[in-house]
Write a new protein. Structure first.
Length: 416
């Protein structure tokens, strides 16, 4: 079947050779696209310097022209690519035989395939450019420059539109502006809470009778909240910052010390679980050392018997004693973390409760009465700080002694 087709094709080519030579002698190199072409492929002739050397070439349709899309050339540009550098010379297509068909391995067939691939890639690049520009509006295909004489061709280049970068930068700036506005709004809400507490902070102490010192205290708290908006302001923060400002009397130095203090104290502020752990430790101490009083507190029907300890632990007993006693107590608590126990505050609270156990039990006080008792003692500054510190040290020593004896007995029993 293949041989019969080849013979028929050769006969047809031979019988029409004279007519094709006559038509080829009249042809010139086309300077523009053909006026019309079939829907799929059309047949045209490429002229060389020798009019007798022509072959039939079947190119793909030229890419459509779209002036609004980068990389989509006109039909004239496509046809100019078939000439040598636009000098008017036509492709030199050698022709070994007039009857040579496009399926042979001759140079005419190779040029045919080269031209066909050039047109195909240009057509696909233009279609890709049109699709990307139409749907994304962000990426364009750079014009595909072909070099016919060297046989090399450049690939399509994706170019990012500058407007996209500008839009993204504008969107990022807008998001930052919204975030800054939201942060400012949250901060102003916290400032409202701070301004309610600052005027009431230790107004009976001479240092804070001066407005400039209250302003320094306000600046310290505002600075901390601005840097820790996720924490927010809680009552008691002013009480922790005030003694530091009294000691240093320098706003910047007091702020730096307040930052370090809050690294530990923040776990006592809600919603952190530190406060519950401290209250549990106090209950355990009462149960071990004051079992009778502990049972009395458990029998009280109303509320938590130790909720009055909440303020003690939150502000580190600052409202319970005079400033001179506060300096002594705080230094003792901080030093105990390094040499005795990190829970000295719980031992100190336990001693305060134990000192008034007889008064509570004799008067059959309920938890609300106990709260009023310690509130009155704090207002009068009637609590003895020095004796309470000594009592806490004795309790710690007793516990260490008991633990040591227990460890010794366990070691002796294991030796047998």
């Amino acid at each position: 079947g293949g041989g019969a087709v080849e013979n028929n094709r050769t006969d047809d080519s031979s019988s029409s050779s004279s007519s094709r030579r006559r038509s080829a002698s009249d042809d010139v190199a086309p300077s523009g696209p053909p006026s019309s072409s079939p829907p799929n492929r059309g047949t045209t002739s490429l002229s060389s310097t020798d009019p007798s050397s022509t072959v039939g070439v079947t190119p793909l349709p030229a890419p459509p022209h779209d002036a609004s899309v980068s990389g989509a050339g006109t039909l004239e540009d496509t046809w100019e690519q078939l000439s040598l550098g636009g000098s008017g010379e036509t492709l030199d297509v050698p022709n070994n035989s007039p009857s040579q068909d496009s399926s042979s391995n001759g140079s005419g067939s190779l040029v045919h395939e080269e031209v066909e691939m050039e047109l195909l890639e240009g057509h696909l690049a233009a279609e890709a450019n049109t699709t990307l520009a139409k749907h994304s509006g962000q990426i364009s295909v750079d014009s595909c420059q072909r070099s016919t004489d060297s046989g090399q061709r450049s690939e399509p280049v994706l170019v990012m539109d500058n407007t996209v970068v500008e839009e993204e930068a504008a969107l990022e700036g807008e998001n930052e502006s919204v975030a800054a506005s939201r942060k400012a709004s949250l901060f102003m809400q916290e400032v409202g809470k701070i301004d309610k507490d600052i005027p009431r902070c230790d107004r009976d102490y001479w240092f804070f009778t001066k407005l400039e010192n209250l302003t320094k205290l306000r600046n310290i708290i505002n600075s901390y909240i601005w840097c820790h908006l996720e924490i927010g302001y809680s009552q008691g923060m002013c009480d922790l910052a005030a003694p530091l400002l009294v000691v240093f009397q320098d706003e910047a130095l007091a702020y730096g010390c307040f930052l370090k203090l809050m690294e530990k104290a923040i776990f006592l502020f809600p919603p952190n679980p530190g406060m519950n752990k401290c209250l549990d430790n106090i209950r355990d101490l009462l149960q071990v050392f004051e079992a009778e009083f502990f049972q009395y507190l458990l029998d009280r029907p109303v509320g938590d018997a130790l909720f009055y300890c909440y303020r003690w632990l939150l502000v580190c007993f600052k409202r319970e004693f005079k400033y001179e006693d506060i300096f002594h107590l705080w230094e003792t608590i901080w030093a105990a973390r390094h040499c005795v126990s990190d829970h000295f505050s719980e031992f100190f609270a336990f001693v305060l409760i134990s000192q008034y156990k007889n008064a509570v039990m004799d008067s059959q006080m309920d938890p609300s009465d106990i709260l009023n008792l310690f509130t009155d003692l704090a207002d009068k500054k009637a609590l003895d700080c020095a004796s309470s510190i000594a009592g806490a040290q004795e309790v710690i020593a007793d516990m260490q002694r008991a633990l040591s004896e227990t460890a010794s007995s366990v070691s002796s029993s294991c030796s047998f």
